[in-house]
Design a protein around this ligand. Structure first.
Ligand code: NAD
Length: 452
């Protein structure tokens, strides 16, 4: 049995049956059979099933949002926003896939044709994180299904009820989608099945284990991992606007986004004004019951992360950092940590190097663009990077030099269905979203066709 906890109160919500190696093997067999029938359906029929899935999300939106908030602790307005925004993402997949998945004739003469066809991979495992189950899940399972794959979906053990809601809706629309319920051991058992690919979202540490298994099995692997996303605030900004935007980018969803702003470098000319405005913004955030519409910061989804943040703050303080606000766990039931701003930080500190994945930010003073650029790239992670400046060419030059899959000018913590989402280094391998993210769930077949 898997126990589901409410991170806001520390109370157990319920227990659910988890999968065993035997039930996982049985689901794999069902998925394999279903995939064959699914893949030969015309694309339009598969799209119709996804349209029906979308309609069920619309119908059940409030219930889905309440469940997400209950088990993950995400403030209810942010859960509603995730569910509303996933519809736009699905619309993009529905609109783009006929064009992207169509056969492409790349050469033709009087006797010879060369055509690239897109075939599904087969049965894929989607092992997912809890922080945005609708977003990071749909980037994989919706697109995989459209492309003709069957999906064995392992939601995070911290978002199990949401995973079961998704599975229920997929079953109602007749898609070959099978939930695998359990913790990491269920994910590991799933990888022992003869699947054709694994699409993983989660931490670098788990991603490494998945990559090892995938390389042994020689199967397709895609990894969306962590980030230590830097932003540089230059000396020509509107300090007020930049501080407001970056406080939101760092503390939305209590900082538990892969693209949350995790470290900020500020030009020395605007440093004091920026820090003062930033702290004022953070102190204005409403923290409390995530089911309350007024709450902006809720608890952390994982209890263990409270200890990680305590260790990062203690390490930073021991090395000379100052805490301007927060800095400790909050004494109430559940997994609470006060929104924390650290200054006088440097790269000898874990808080500037290791993913915090919580409501903690370090702000470092820099002399010039060159120092900012060097520090931004001084990380194993390389998911996103941002620059705040009035000068587009200055920002574009800095962003060209940034080691990151996504580059932001005067914005942050943003994902678009139209653009590829990818990490470099410890942030992962492969792409979701955009045209590349549709092709990721297919394999090309090259046809050499000679008439006569
Ligand atoms: P996690 O690595 O702890 O768990 C992710 C999933 O892997 C869970 O479903 C878990 O049960 C499963 N798992 C654990 N051990 C396994 C094993 N040995 N074999 C197979 N499966 C196993 O990560 P998390 O706490 O759920 O998610 C947080 C992390 O995800 C953060 O690092 C965050 O940055 C990252 N993330 C990245 C993106 C992105 O797009 N790059 C998006 C969201 C989250």
């Amino acid at each position: 049995m898997l126990e589901i906890w409410n991170p806001s109160t520390g109370q157990r919500i319920q227990k659910v049956d988890d999968d065993t190696p035997a039930t996982i093997a049985a689901k794999y067999k069902l998925a394999r059979q279903a995939q064959v029938k699914w893949a030969i359906k015309p694309l339009e029929e598969r799209l119709e099933a996804i349209r029906a899935f979308r309609a069920l999300i619309v119908k059940r939106a409030e219930n889905l949002a309440q469940t997400l908030t209950l088990e993950v602790g995400k403030p209810i307005t942010q859960s509603r926003r995730e569910i509303a925004a996933v519809l736009t993402r699905i619309d993009y997949f529905l609109a783009e896939s006929p064009r992207v998945l169509a056969d492409e004739t790349v050469y033709e003469d009087s006797t010879m044709s060369e055509i690239v066809a897109r075939e599904p991979l087969g049965v894929i495992a989607n092992i997912s994180a809890w922080n945005y189950p609708y977003f990071v899940g749909s980037n994989v399972f919706v697109v995989a299904l459209i492309a003709g794959n069957a999906v064995l979906y392992k939601p995070s053990e911290f978002a199990t009820l949401t995973g079961l809601h998704i599975a229920q809706m997929m079953s109602e629309v007749g898609a070959p989608f099978f939930p695998i319920i359990g913790a990491g051991s269920a994910g590991a058992a799933l990888l022992e099945q003869p699947i054709d690919g694994v699409f993983f979202t989660g931490s670098f540490a788990t991603g490494q284990k998945i990559a090892e298994v995938a390389s042994r099995r020689m199967i397709h692997v895609q990894l969306e991992l962590g980030g230590k996303d830097p932003v540089y605030v230059t000396d020509d900004v509107d300090v007020e606007k930049a501080a407001e935007s970056l406080a939101d980018g760092a503390f939305y969803n209590a900082g538990q986004s892969c693209c949350s702003v995790e470290r900020i470098y500020v030009h020395e000319r605007v440093y004091d004004a920026f820090v003062e405005r930033f702290v004022r913004e953070v102190n204005g955030f409403a923290l409390g019951d995530p089911l309350d519409d007024k709450t902006y910061i809720g608890p952390l989804a994982r209890r263990a992360q409270v200890g990680v943040l305590e260790t990062q703050v203690a390490d930073a303080k021991a090395k000379g950092a100052r805490v301007l606000t927060g800095g400790a766990r909050i004494a109430r039931e559940g997994n609470w940590f006060a929104p924390t701003v650290l200054v006088d930080v440097n790269h000898s500190m874990s808080v500037m190097r290791d993913e915090s994945f919580g409501p903690v930010i370090g702000i470092q003073r820099v002399r010039d663009d060159a120092e900012a650029s060097r520090l931004m790239n001084d990380s194993e992670f390389a998911l996103t990077a941002g620059v705040y400046s009035r000068d587009e060419s200055r920002a574009r030059a800095l962003l060209r030099n940034a080691r990151a899959g996504s580059a932001y000018w005067n914005c942050c913590d943003r994902v678009s269905p139209r653009l590829p989402w990818s990490g470099r280094g410890h942030s992962g391998l492969g792409v979701t979203l955009g045209r590349d993210g549709l092709l990721a769930f297919t394999q090309p077949k090259a046809y050499h066709l000679r008439s006569g």
